[in-house]
Ligand binder design. Structure first.
Ligand code: B1M
Length: 217
């Protein structure tokens, strides 16, 4: 089976909500030496976004969206281990505290960002999803990260990114770290408006910006 065939089969497996096949194909792509980041994007994330568009148009049900997301998570788990393995020997660059803001349970993109930052040499403290603002503040106090990553996939929750930055300011913590924001509705303009240090469109640009903010490259 060629590389293109595997990608096509992955797209189909996501569309058929086939967790097991997603896992199997992810394993096969690793055996074939395919770039796990490319596979994640072309094989899984792209297919999920297309399904999200159908959901947005009311063409499919939420249950189908959930099933497709689960299939992608199954495949991504296998690829994330490989991405981490490939980056394992790098030096530690800094500590990143990351989470999805309150009211939002989307985590697939955040997990990819975490994995890739980890592979690039960052220590990751992942607070998970639906994280209240006060928890971000408490965890910044506790862990003293170099970088804070705030993910939001919903237009209704992106305001929480601003709330968190404002709360850090009120607690005198804002200048102790750099902040990056991301997620589908977020933009460079929004990042500047709320006083974040950077915006990343995808996981690769999250790594690039994080390295820049740490004075690397
Ligand atoms: Co939801 N959802 N969803 N959903 N979902 C969206 C976001 C939506 C655009 C779909 C649509 O309607 N077209 C829409 C939001 C509309 C809006 O606000 N503008 C939407 C909605 C409405 C909802 C619900 C409200 C649906 C409902 O219940 N009626 C509900 C909300 C639940 C909640 O959070 N409270 C909901 C639920 C779900 C599922 C649970 C079914 C599932 C999530 C499962 C999971 O995450 N474990 C889901 C999914 C899968 C999606 C879509 C289809 C795909 C998201 C995804 O995983 N993409 C999404 C459509 C879309 O985004 N186009 C959609 C793949 C992933 C690799 O990409 O997440 O964009 P992404 O992450 C990228 C970049 O954004 C960036 O890098 C990542 C890697 O490249 N990035 C960062 C992300 N975070 C970053 C942080 C950074 C830097 C970069 O720095 C810190």
């Amino acid at each position: 089976m060629g590389n293109e065939d595997i990608i096509k089969e992955m797209n189909e497996a996501v569309n058929n909500f086939d967790d097991e096949l997603c896992k199997e194909l992810a394993g096969k792509s690793i055996e074939l030496g395919m770039d796990p980041i490319m596979v994640l994007e072309d094989g899984f994330a792209g297919a999920l976004r297309e399904i999200g568009e159908s959901f947005g148009k009311g063409e499919i049900f939420i249950t189908e969206l959930i099933a497709a997301a689960q299939a992608v998570e199954a495949g991504a788990e296998v690829l994330n281990i490989e991405i981490t393995r490939l980056g394992a020997s790098r030096e530690t660059i800094g500590k990143v505290l990351i989470g999805t803001v309150e009211g939002d349970i989307h985590n697939i993109g955040k997990n990819i960002v975490s994995t890739m930052l980890n592979a690039a040499g960052f220590e990751i403290i992942d607070l998970g999803v639906d994280v209240p603002t006060h928890v971000f503040v408490d965890k910044v106090k506790e862990h003293k990260p170099n970088l804070l990553g705030l993910s939001s996939l919903l237009t209704t929750t992106m305001g929480k990114q601003k709330e968190i930055i404002d709360a850090l300011k009120e607690n005198g913590l804002r200048d102790s770290l750099k902040i990056i924001v991301g997620g589908a509705p977020v933009s460079d303009e929004w990042a500047r408006e709320i006083g974040a240090d950077g915006y990343a469109f995808d996981a690769s640009s999250a790594v690039k910006i994080s390295l820049e903010l740490m004075g690397r490259k």
